[in-house]
Design a protein around this ligand. Structure first.
Ligand code: GLV
Ligand code: MN
Ligand code: MN
Length: 400
């Protein structure tokens, strides 16, 4: 099952490139729908293209227990980020079928649309629309760099599940549990098999546009230039140094992951540059203070260029608590795996779900803590342990 999914968008280096709303993602959706058809589970989608597989419960209209994650990847992604949570959910349904178990509530496995946010940014589109954290119209209007909008790209992936019926966004959910690889080194370092996730640190995404002026590389003196690329490098260095000085314990996660330059040729002074800033911290005040300081730092280093700073996504720190968290904790204890309660550094769809229902996450170790990397890897034993914890917690909740 895992190998079949990982083959869709497989890269020569052993990773996966399966961008949201791409033909590869459509193929993955079709494979999952095929598994559902074979097993007799129902397939539905909603207006943002979230895919739901349902194993019916004895009380068909009761609010379901929901699990899942995402099947889109980073362009140089691995085989486990997202895919594991969806496959673990499907494995839970199969295991219940195998022993002909019934549950009071239906159990739904979700594949949330565009978690990673590469072609269409920012990500978490499916879960944000579901939880009404961002208006659907705003999400559908987001365009890629060729001007194609989400609403234009969506029909292509929806065509992969022609028999799926549609359901509204934000139906009532009893509890949500997402299984995921840790994407960091803590579980491996502490030799624990299971992470019972206590919450997700806050994150803030900014985009900075710097506008200078095109000029000839051979004739324009330093003093006459308004070089957007040079100004950008000064800004990035200054922001990094500012954060470093304020954060001796190395708790702030600061990333400049994206840089674009125009006209991007050797003999013209860059007239325009764009870069992204991703700031994360467990303390919302610290994160928001830093985000608020970005604009003045950029202006200070603009060297005659115009600067525009836009916040494109903000998510405050989330705490998992209530019945979903308790069920995961209890399942980890009951099954006897070495476990630890831990926060998540990475963002997940569970953050949005936590706004609408009790939500929780199960982490398993990944080799070297490496993720968002084609080398991403995890052991079968750990993945199976995570799935057992997920299964046990889901069954508990589905009978409550
Ligand atoms: C999700 O992939 C994140 O960026 O945390
Ligand atoms: Mn993920
Ligand atoms: Mn990811």
């Amino acid at each position: 099952m895992h190998i079949d999914l990982a083959a869709i968008g497989a890269t020569p280096a052993g990773g996966v490139c399966r961008l949201a709303l791409s033909p590869e993602e459509a193929k993955a959706r079709s494979l999952i729908a095929e598994w559902a058809r074979e097993a007799g589970w129902s397939v539905t989608t909603d207006p943002i293209g979230n895919l739901f597989i349902r194993r019916q419960g004895l009380e068909a209209t009761a609010a379901p227990v929901l699990t899942g994650s995402h099947i889109d990847t980073q362009p140089t992604g691995g085989r486990f980020d997202g895919a594991y949570g969806v496959l673990a959910g499907i494995e839970v349904l199969r295991a219940l079928d195998d022993v002909r178990a019934t549950t009071r509530r239906p159990i739904d496995v979700a594949a949330w649309t565009n978690e990673e946010g590469c072609r269409f940014s920012p990500g978490m589109m499916g879960s944000e629309a579901f939880a009404a954290v961002r208006p659907l119209e705003k999400i559908l209007a987001v365009t890629d760099e060729n001007g194609i909008s989400v609403s234009q790209a969506l029909p292509q992936v929806l065509a992969a599940t022609p028999d799926a019926s549609t359901r509204p966004l934000g139906f009532p959910v009893h509890a949500y549990i997402e299984a995921h690889i840790e994407q960091g080194p803590e579980l491996e370092r502490s030799r624990k098999t299971i992470g019972v996730v206590t919450g997700i640190q806050g994150s803030c995404r900014l985009r900075v546009e710097v506008t200078g002026e095109e000029a000839h590389a051979g004739t324009t003196r330093r003093g006459q230039r308004r070089d957007a690329l040079l100004a950008t490098t000064r800004m990035i260095q200054a922001i990094e140094q500012h954060v470093e000085a304020l954060d001796p314990d190395d708790d702030v996660r600061l990333t400049f992951g994206m840089l674009k330059v125009k006209p991007n040729v050797p003999s013209v002074v860059a007239a325009w540059a764009f870069f992204s800033i991703d700031i994360r911290h467990a303390n919302d005040e610290v994160m928001l203070r830093l985000a608020g300081q970005v604009e003045s730092i950029c202006r200070e280093h603009a060297g005659g260029c115009a600067v525009k700073v836009t916040e494109i996504q903000r998510a405050l720190a989330t705490r998992f608590e209530g019945r979903a968290f308790e069920a995961v904790l209890e399942a980890a204890r009951r099954l006897g795996y070495p476990f630890v309660e831990m926060p998540s550094g990475a963002g997940h769809d569970a953050r949005q779900l936590a706004c609408v229902c009790p939500s929780a996450m199960v982490f398993v170790p990944c080799a070297g803590g490496i993720s968002h990397n084609e080398a991403e890897s995890a052991s079968s034993a750990d993945l199976a342990a995570g799935t057992r914890v997920l299964s046990s917690a889901i069954v508990e909740l589905a009978n409550s």
